[in-house]
Design a protein around this ligand. Structure first.
Ligand code: ZN
Length: 683
């Protein structure tokens, strides 16, 4: 991965998915968490998915101008939906139309197994923005029969059956056709074996790499210290044996959807909060109009520097996780506004960044003399769209361009209302009662975990990733395939170490010196046990964040054994984590942080490899099985996502907007069907 953005994010989602938390307001004066209420957070539950809804607290405290700005930005966000579907796989949109058509035309028995399985499949496809699982990238296997499907197709009104129905049917039912959206298996042609739509059929990985290497090498030869993000906004086609780019822009690929995005961005400009923000939006429009990646960089710099506006948004081809060779940006958008009260937290961390760097347990050789405070804020999400919907990050750190980060900085945000919705929805799932060892620890968790979890995220994002330096001559990718896992380990350890520091009380971020124990307990429990819920029996741990958490938990367990710092205790045949010495545990986090920073600073690949292989990959089959059995009883979903609120403008008789109303009563199916009709940008 050439980017550190969103790494936290995926991990944090995993945390939220794996360890629901009981909220208690008593200790959380610094959070904007809503008190327990009758808001219905749970929307739907199917397969391995739970769909939630989130609140947009304080939307009504925005000015009318800001509300209008948010409204048109959310419209611009929703209009990009079809782009992502098409990027994910070239038949996704046709299949979605077909499935929705069948669903709405169905008049048979709604209790039949085939129908229920068909509905489940459609819900899965909606959630994944296509026919491949959003996380595993494997194609969904329909549990309804082919006969049932054929009957439903035959029953569709005339003229609504697509011409290539035979091909689409084959795509849905064949286990081998388009089996993997993104393939990352070593030793294979990743472009040929991934069925996403960034490259036309028949194009090989070697062709793609040489196509872009030529551009990158030309930039290096010309001493270009500010290279564009080559290939970010295009699809690759081949004509007469030669590759060429189809650029996503007005008049180019995805023009119809992009025109709608731009139309709404233009409306948003009328409500910009200040000239800087106006320039940000206008530069984005310019980029969508020309497809010029220099303009995209210009936009990204302006966006990173706009820290004064309360309303903010991302909108574009941003993350490259969907492309196995890490070039093509998947379309996404999030609209949000700053939570001033909660942002005091991240500001307190940023303004003390140098103190944290100077006082860390790391060898001074590997520290930064001058830590640039990362601009960080806590935000309220107003809409999630494209690749951030329905599954969403809970933190964002952009832009991705290395030189922009180096020369102009980045913006780091935490999506507080999303985190809060996870927590509220998890109330009463019985998870903590099942896995936490005793009443005392349970109380700690109930009282402090919601808040210390947020603080951990802030520390990880604002300070963890920003700390430390590479020794001269050490390449940024010296740790190769282990780079991501080790980088996340470093940021997590920085956060864990400082969560227990008296400095946190001194700068007013924690009011109880015991609070950190809630996070420590959860971290070890998750790293050693509960995250195994997401691993299939017999499989190793592969994902970088899961490896990072396992590495830390297993390492401190092992190194604290002589002093009995952490114990695995059996009660009624069940395994529990018991932490006997929290202070010693903090010391171990500090020791490991020092070692991990040494590995990063010196590019010690062998040591990284050794740590990963010893602690982060292999799963104890017996404990794994136990965790699976215990969690199965709780009927918990492995993955969570959200429906959006609905924004409705109120007009006066002269057609002026007098207010924007927000409502939360739309269900999952209704929202998906409505989006499919209302924002069908590509047909
Ligand atoms: Zn991270």
């Amino acid at each position: 991965m050439h980017t550190i953005s969103r790494l936290l994010t995926t991990g944090a989602i995993a945390l939220a998915a794996v360890l629901p938390i009981q909220m208690s307001m008593s200790s959380c004066s610094n959070t904007n968490a809503a008190p327990a209420d009758d808001f219905n957070y749970q929307v739907d539950r199917f397969a391995d998915i739970e769909v939630l809804r989130y609140k947009v607290p304080d939307f009504d405290s925005l000015s009318l101008q800001q509300k209008c700005l948010v409204y048109y930005l959310t419209e611009a966000a929703l209009w990009g939906r079809d782009i992502l579907w098409d990027q994910n796989y070239r038949h996704n949109l046709a299949i979605r139309d077909l499935l929705e058509n069948i669903y709405q035309n169905y008049s048979g028995d709604r209790n039949s197994a085939d129908y229920k399985n068909f509905e489940k499949y459609l819900k899965q496809v909606w959630f994944a923005n296509g026919i491949h699982h959003h996380y595993s990238n494997d194609k969904f296997t329909p549990a309804f029969s082919r006969e049932f499907f054929n009957e439903q197709v035959a029953a569709l009104p005339e003229g609504t059956v697509p011409e290539n129905i035979a091909e689409l049917t084959e795509v849905i039912f064949s286990p081998t056709l388009a089996a993997k959206k993104v393939n990352l298996a070593a030793g294979q042609d990743l472009v040929v074996t991934s069925c996403n739509n960034f490259y036309a059929d028949g194009i090989t990985q070697a062709e793609v790499e040489s196509f872009y290497d030529r551009m990158k090498n030309a930039a290096i030869a010309a001493n270009d210290s500010t290279p564009i993000s080559y290939g970010l906004n295009s699809r690759i086609e081949k004509r007469d044996g030669k590759l060429y780019e189809q650029t996503y822009k007005i008049g180019g690929l995805y023009s119809d959807a992009i025109e709608e995005i731009v139309r709404n961005l233009r409306k948003a400009t009328k409500y910009a909060e200040n000239p800087q923000q106006l320039e940000v939006i206008e530069t984005l429009i310019d980029y969508y109009t020309t497809g010029d990646l220099r303009t995209y960089d210009d936009y990204s710099i302006k966006w990173a520097k706009d820290t004064l506006s309360q309303v903010d948004f991302i909108n574009g081809f941003i993350e490259t996780y969907g492309d196995p060779v890490d070039l093509k940006g998947s379309w996404e958008s999030i609209v949000n506004f700053k939570d001033f009260e909660a942002s005091k937290r991240t500001e307190a961390l940023s303004s003390n960044a140098q103190w944290f760097e100077d006082n860390s347990p790391v060898n001074p050789l590997y520290k930064k003399d001058n830590v640039k405070g990362v601009s960080a804020k806590v935000i309220t999400a107003a809409i999630l769209a494209g690749d951030s919907y329905p599954a969403t990050p809970i933190g964002i750190n952009l832009p991705n361009s290395r030189w922009i980060r180096r020369d102009h900085g980045s913006k780091s945000v935490t999506l507080a209302n999303i985190t809060n919705a996870y927590e509220m929805a998890a109330k009463g799932s019985g998870f903590n009662e099942e896995f936490v060892i005793d009443e005392e620890t349970l109380n700690l968790i109930n009282n402090y975990l919601a808040y210390t979890d947020e603080l951990h995220t802030d520390l990880h994002e604002c300070l963890g990733h920003a700390s430390g330096r590479l020794l001269p001559g050490v390449a940024e990718d010296a740790l190769r395939a282990h780079g991501s896992a080790i980088e996340e380990t470093r940021a997590d350890l920085f956060a864990l170490y400082y969560l227990a520091d008296p400095k946190m009380i001194e700068i007013g971020l924690i009011d109880n010196p015991e609070a950190y124990k809630a996070e420590y307990y959860k971290y070890i429990l998750n790293g050693m046990m509960t995250q195994l819920m997401r691993i299939e029996p017999g499989k190793d741990i592969e994902e970088a964040h899961m490896r990072n958490r396992k590495l830390i938990a297993e390492w401190v367990y092992e190194h604290g054994k002589a002093d009995n710092v952490i114990e695995l205790v059996k009660k009624d045949g069940k395994t529990f984590i018991k932490i006997n010495d929290y202070e010693a545990l903090r010391g171990l986090f500090g020791q490991l942080l020092a070692e991990i920073q040494r590995i990063c600073s010196t590019g010690d690949y062998d040591a990284a490899c050794n740590l990963i292989e010893t602690y982060a990959v292999k799963v104890d089959p017996e404990l794994h099985n136990e965790v699976l059995e215990r969690s199965k009883k709780l009927n918990m979903a492995e993955y969570k996502g959200f429906v959006n609120p609905v924004y409705t403008p109120v007009f006066d008789d002269k057609n002026n907007i007098t207010d924007i109303k927000v409502s939360y009563d739309e269900g999952y199916i209704d929202q998906m069907l409505r989006y499919g009709k209302q924002y069908h940008g590509l047909k």
